[in-house]
Write a protein that binds this ligand. Sequence first.
Ligand code: IVH
Length: 668
Amino acid sequence: MDMEAAQKKVQELHEKLNRYSYDYYVLDKPSVPDSEYDRLLQELIQLEEEFPGLKTPDSPTQRVGGEILEGFKKVEHKTPMLSLGNAFNEQDLRDFDRRVRQAIGDDFQYVAELKIDGLAVSLRYEDGLFVQGATRGDGTIGEDITENLRTVHSIPLRLKRSESIEVRGEAFMPKRSFERLNESKIEKGEEPFANPRNAAAGSLRQLDPKIAAKRNLDIFVYGIGDLGDTGVQRQSEGLDLLDELGFRTNHERRKCETIDEVIELLHNMQEKRQSLSYEIDGVVIKVDLLEQQEKLGYTAKSPRWAIAYKFPAEEVMTKLIDIQLNVGRTGVITPTAILEPVRVAGTTVQRASLHNEDLIREKDIKIGDYVVVKKAGDIIPEVVNVLEDQRTGDEKDFHMPAECPECESELVRIEGEVALRCINPKCPAQIREGLIHFVSRNAMNIDGLGERVIAQLFKEGLITDVADLYELSKEQLIQLERMGEKSVENLLRAIDRSKENSLEKLLFGIGIRHVGSKAAKTLAQHFETMDRLQNASRDEIIAISEIGNKMADSIVTYFEKPEVMTLIQELKGHGVNMEYKGPKLAAAAESTSYFAGKTVVLTGKLEELTREEAKEQIEALGGKVTGSVSKSTDLVIAGEAAGSKLSKAQELNIEVWNEARLVEELKN
Ligand code: IVH
């Protein structure tokens, strides 16, 4: 084939493949069998190999994911990517409607769109060619994730018309893809994603675009960055224009004349929610006419012409198959509902804590009942109530046992507490839970030692207390289920590394009753060494303002036990650090770090660090992390979807960083 013929063929293949791909991914109406698409794609790949000059950035072959990147470049958004104010109930919506009427009168329409639960991205096109894709970041500066977005089939690499335009939309992972991804992660022994939103965000933040390419991501676009020269006069026309250009928009949108119509639509959508193939977390309501939008204007972070109605926590019905008892680290017995697996707010739920017997009585829960389940704060599964009219008479009452389900010693109810407790200090369940706590993230943070491994080690008798962890050998570990050479090496390295932890992690890890991670930090800062804390009197401990009577008593009693002395000696013998390594109390403010003496507020979702980690590191550098923004705040770290704290910061002219900037500064 000569060059000219090849060129013609390549163009023909582009057109066909783009059309088939559009039919499949955007219209959701496949027009040819997959095999036909694959055949044409192979043909194109071969031609491009033969004639490399014909390979263009908008070629359908470019969706497989290119070179691994070193990092993401920063991208400044020409028009800021704002977020939306929230409405949680009808009243909030009616208030919004009233504000709109006050500003522009009664002659207007709303357009209601689904609020897709993914992450906001911006897509930039020059003369019809996709040139850059970015995350929202802090709204002003995002990250360049062009190569990952290129792998999303519903994002056109070339528009149907040669426009230069910046569009915005929500990238997401469909429910099916999310389930499959998590199944395979679990199979490989990896941690599954908590929900499709995290999975989508995690996929788009991979430096290897080939990973994103395998994740089946999708997008709905919902807006245009700058409508300036599009001739569009309404949001609804903007969406139609996006359709015409070849984008995937969501077609569940509807124009509404009144807020009552909007409210009716919300109810319908809430019912439809489960049957959709993607997650939504609400409905966005926008004033349709742009001229009226402009009149309404903006607050510091969000438009006054739009609002996001958030659905209340999703509730689903399932069967309560059994009630099991868990023995916690402190001996508290917790009844746990075992449920027929059911999807709630993006994940499959099979267990829910029932807390204590009183609660079971109060809600009249029986084994075999059909129950309503929701996730409190969209995270922790909870049994809301029993569906009494579903009862058949075969349901069984549940009674707390008199003895510990693990060690059979008699349970006691401590005065003033609802919980039943096993008070046998040798109870294997308590020891096992204590070990799990010791290795957990906020404690000694030993990677690779999850509940499963600890349970095995304990069962095999390889560890009986936390000091034994430091005596584990390669030969012992390799015998465990699902433990390869490589994981053993990593694990031993993680155990070794934990010896270097600063004192507060050890103090929290050994599990002194009432001493949480925050108190452990305070104690470590004040006493600086384990020896000094061990020898401190009750009065000395109580002199610290953050430490109360109950905790002081508990600390003194703890260190009086001879077995505790032995344990600490053993840990010392293994080389476990017993000193505080963070900034000294008085010296913190003089430290040379950027954060020294500064008051910092964290808001929004962080992706690279957990909130806890960010807080810990900022504090270690002498900063103070507080919960709310005020005039005395020096810096606000705004993650994805930061809300009112960010707008407050902007109002008060406080410095705002995104997470990437924080990570960079922490590294320095
Ligand atoms: S409009 C200035 N429309 O919700 C208006 N946002 O809390 C900006 N979202 O950051 C957003 N579906 O990530 C808009 N149909 C939709 C949306 C939508 C999801 C997300 C978006 C935004 C957040 C606002």
